[in-house]
Write a protein that binds this ligand. Structure first.
Ligand SMILES: *Cc1c(COP(=O)(O)O)cnc(C)c1O
Length: 408
C-alpha cells in the first residue's frame, strides 16, 4: 500500500460526495457535460489571497505568475486580487490583454524572447525582465524603432539557491537571468541608452515548503539587491523578490508556515538598507495562489484485475495531469492527493491502482492506494490540480483532446 498526498483544506462532503464551491462533483460534471474536467474554486482562490495578505506586510505586493494557470476565467478572477502579473510569453501577454489587465501591471520574464515578443511588450508598456545583454540590446533597438523607451528590469542569476527548493532556477550556470557580477554594467548601459529603469528581478526557486529556507532566500535577495543598487548608482524603483512558496503534494508534506514567513519579512522591511527604502517590493507566486484551488475529475471507465492488482481505468490521465503522473520533474514517483469523489465519505476498504486511458505505462494517477470500493461510472478526484495541470500537460498526446475547465 502506498499513501496518497494530503487533501488540501477547504474541501467538504455533500451527500456523501466531494463538494467544490458548495456543489457536488457530479453536479459540476453534469453542468460541464463531460469528463475529464478541471474545477477551480473562486472561494478557495479568495481564501488563499486573503490569508496571504493578512500574513504579509502591506509593503510587499503580490504578483501572479500566469503560467501556473492561464485559464481566462482564472486570470480575470485574479485581476482585482493581485498587484501584478508575471508572464513568460507573448501568448500570456495576449491572455492578460484579453482579461483587460493594464500592461503597466505586467512584467515579462523568460529566456529566448523573440523580437516580435519584445516588440509587443514594449509597444504595450509591459516591463521586460531582461535575461541577457543580447536581449537588452535587442530591446533597446526595438524601442528606438518604435520611438518608445522600453521599460526594463534586469533579471539576476544570483550566486545562491533557495535550499529545499523543488526546482532550482538560480545559482551556478543557468539560462535564466544575468550573472550577478555583470548586472551593474548591464543596468548602467540600459539606463544610459534611455531605457525606463524598472529595477531587479531575483527568482531563487520554486515549490519550497520550509519557512526557514524561504526566509533565508528573501534575506539573501534583499542583501544582493542592495549591493547591486549601490553598484548601479541609481535608486531601485522596484524589486521582484521571487516567490517559491510551495504546496503540499505528497505524504508527509506540510504547508508553508506563512505567518512565520510574513513576520520575518515584516522585520526585514522596517530595517531596509537606505538604497532600498523607496523601492517597491513584490513577490511572484504561481502554484501557491492557485494550485490547491483546483480539482481534476475523471470518470472510471473500467475496473479490471491483473495478477492480484485491481486497476481503476479512468478517462483522464497524464495528458492533463503530467505532474500527478510523476513525469514532470520528479525523481521518485509518489501519489498526489486523490480520492473517489462520488464515494468521498465511504471507508477505504481496498487497494487499487488508478490509471489513465493513455497507452503508456507512465499514465498513472495513484499507485496501490487505499480507496473505497469504486465501480465503473464513479468519479476520481485529483487535488492540487489548479496549477501546472491543463496547460502543463501534453493534451495532444494520443488524441484524447483537452479536458474541460470551469471556474466555480
Ligand atoms: C514559474 C515561475 C514562477 C512561479 O513558480 P511557482 O512555483 O508556481 O510559484 C514565478 N516566477 C518565475 C520567474 C517563474 O519562472
Amino acid at each position: 500500500m502506498k499513501p496518497v498526498g494530503p487533501i488540501p483544506a477547504g474541501y467538504e462532503a455533500l451527500g456523501g460526495e466531494l463538494a467544490i464551491g458548495g456543489k457536488r462533483a457530479s453536479e459540476w460534471v453534469a453542468e460541464a457535460g463531460r469528463t475529464p474536467l478541471f474545477v477551480y474554486s473562486r472561494a478557495l482562490l479568495d481564501a488563499r489571497m486573503a490569508s496571504l495578505r493578512a500574513a504579509l506586510p502591506s509593503r510587499i505586493g503580490v504578483n501572479y505568475a500566469v503560467k501556473a494557470n492561464p485559464h481566462p476565467a482564472v486570470i480575470a478572477h485574479m485581476a482585482p486580487l493581485v498587484d501584478g502579473f508575471d508572464i513568460a510569453s507573448s501568448g500570456e501577454l495576449a491572455m492578460c490583454a484579453a482579461a483587460g489587465i493594464d500592461p503597466a501591471r505586467i512584467s515579462f520574464a523568460g529566456p529566448g524572447k523573440r523580437d516580435e515578443e519584445l516588440e509587443a511588450a514594449i509597444a504595450a508598456g509591459v516591463t521586460l525582465n531582461c535575461e541577457s545583454e543580447g536581449e537588452g540590446a535587442r530591446a533597446l533597438a526595438i524601442g528606438q524603432r518604435l520611438g518608445k523607451p522600453p521599460r526594463i528590469a534586469v533579471r539576476v542569476n544570483p550566486s545562491f539557491v533557495m535550499t529545499g527548493s523543488g526546482m532550482k532556477m538560480g545559482g551556478g550556470a543557468k539560462q535564466f537571468g544575468v550573472d550577478a557580477e555583470r548586472v551593474p554594467a548591464l543596468a548602467k548601459h540600459l539606463i544610459a541608452e534611455g531605457a525606463e529603469w524598472r529595477g531587479l528581478h531575483i527568482f531563487t526557486g520554486s515549490q519550497t515548503l520550509g519557512a526557514e529556507a524561504i526566509i533565508e532566500a528573501q534575506t539573501n535577495v534583499l542583501t544582493l539587491a542592495a549591493e547591486l543598487a549601490e553598484a548601479i548608482g541609481e535608486p531601485l524603483p522596484k524589486l521582484n523578490m521571487g516567490g517559491g512558496l510551495g504546496i503540499p503534494y505528497f505524504p508527509g508534506d506540510t504547508p508553508v508556515d506563512l505567518p512565520r514567513v510574513g513576520a520575518a519579512l515584516a522585520e526585514r522591511v522596517v530595517d531596509l538598507p537606505a538604497v532600498l527604502q523607496g523601492t517597491e517590493l513584490c513577490m511572484e507566486l504561481g502554484r501557491y495562489l492557485v494550485g490547491e484551488a483546483g480539482v481534476y475529475l475523471a470518470r472510471i471507465i473500467d475496473r479490471k484485475e491483473s495478477q492480484g492488482t485491481t486497476f481503476l481505468v479512468t478517462d483522464g490521465g497524464l495528458h492533463h495531469q503530467l505532474a500527478a503522473s510523476g513525469n514532470f520533474g520528479t525523481v521518485v514517483r509518489r501519489n498526489y492527493p486523490s480520492a473517489i469523489a462520488t464515494r468521498y465519505t465511504e471507508e477505504a476498504t481496498e487497494e487499487v491502482s488508478i490509471v489513465g486511458c493513455l497507452c503508456t505505462p507512465l499514465d498513472r494517477i495513484a499507485d496501490n492506494a487505499m480507496m473505497p470500493r469504486a465501480e465503473v461510472g464513479d468519479l476520481v478526484a485529483v487535488f492540487c490540480a489548479g496549477a501546472y495541470g491543463a496547460t502543463a500537460s501534453p493534451s495532444a498526446f494520443l488524441g484524447h483532446g483537452p479536458a474541460a475547465e470551469m471556474l466555480v
